[in-house]
Design a protein around this ligand. Structure first.
Ligand SMILES: C[S@@+](CC[C@H](N)C(=O)[O-])C[C@H]1O[C@@H](n2cnc3c(N)ncnc32)[C@H](O)[C@@H]1O
Length: 270
């Protein structure tokens, strides 16, 4: 990741291990890496990196909000948010409307599934999830249809959504709610300033507008002089912004998922 510059000998937190692509790149560039992921299916990939890089790599099988519990400080903390292709491409995980499978959508083995969430959530609250996380216009009507039908599979849910343009946003909204993705992100970002060394960077790659807004607003607070009461109050902002990056045409052709990506970053000043 070019935004990190030379990381040889530096310490990096990879908050979202996934298939380990970022961790592997950081390790190969000479960094020491602490990686988080709450999906137990990635443990095998993490073990491969442990075997290869020894004590330079540590895997923490927990949600990334546990960054708050780390004892050390780091030169970079990186979030590559959302779900991995390993998660979306496996029918039994229930993330994708392209495959029939149980309506699960959990990134980890804990918590309630999407089908349980639909049954347990009152219609008005379900409508708010669809509206806030999926930008669904007729959210109350659709929430009632979904709640009453109590779908158990991805294809059952898909069949209830009559406007095909709403299918992907409904699946996204439920996934965000099932995994408390925004709460996790807010708690993790809250912990970042204390866990970074001076000159350390926080980089976030976001894939939808709601999580991007959280990152943008948090970074805005950190980069204003007295914007965040948790940060030391001095005459200069505790963080400076790194220019936001969007993927170029070559990257979106190679990786269509990157189309909606924003990469935002900040550097800790002192
Ligand atoms: C987009 S993938 C990361 C891909 C990774 N950068 C790579 O190179 O393979 C996102 C990963 O973050 C994990 N994840 C998402 N939210 C998380 C959270 N709150 N805590 C821990 N892991 C999380 C998901 O389980 C998934 O494996």
């Amino acid at each position: 990741m070019a935004a990190l510059g030379d990381i040889n000998g530096k310490s990096v937190v990879d908050a979202t291990f996934g298939a380990g692509g970022y961790s592997q790149a950081f390790l190969s560039a000479g960094a020491t890496v602490t990686a988080f992921d709450r999906d137990s299916n990635v443990v095998g990939d993490a073990r491969v990196l442990s075997d290869k890089f020894g004590s330079r790599f540590e895997f923490v099988p927990r949600p990334f909000s546990h960054i708050a519990e780390l004892q050390n400080t780091y030169d970079a903390i990186v979030f590559d948010l959302g779900i991995s292709s390993m998660q979306i491409d496996v029918a039994s995980r229930g993330f994708s409307f392209r495959f029939d499978g149980p309506l699960d959508m959990r990134m980890s083995d804990n918590g309630i599934t999407a089908s349980e969430l639909i049954i347990n959530t009152p219609v008005e609250q379900l409508a708010k999830i669809l509206r806030d996380y999926g930008d669904i216009k007729n959210a109350t009507r659709l929430a009632r249809i979904i709640h009453d039908a109590a779908p158990q599979t991805t294809f059952e849910l898909k069949s209830l959504i009559h406007d095909s343009r709403d299918v992907a946003p409904v699946f996204q909204a439920l996934r965000i709610a099932v995994n408390d993705e925004l709460g996790e992100l807010e708690r993790a970002l809250d912990a970042v300033p204390k866990r970074l060394n001076p000159g350390g960077k926080c980089i976030c790659v976001t894939f939808h507008s709601t999580e991007d807004r959280i990152v943008k607003n948090t970074f805005r607070k950190w980069t204003s002089v007295s914007g965040d009461p948790r940060l030391p109050d001095t005459n200069s902002a505790p963080f400076t912004l790194i220019k936001t990056m969007r993927p170029d045409d070559a990257e979106t052709q190679h990786n269509p998922r990157a189309r909606s990506a924003h990469m935002r970053g900040v550097i800790k000043s002192y």
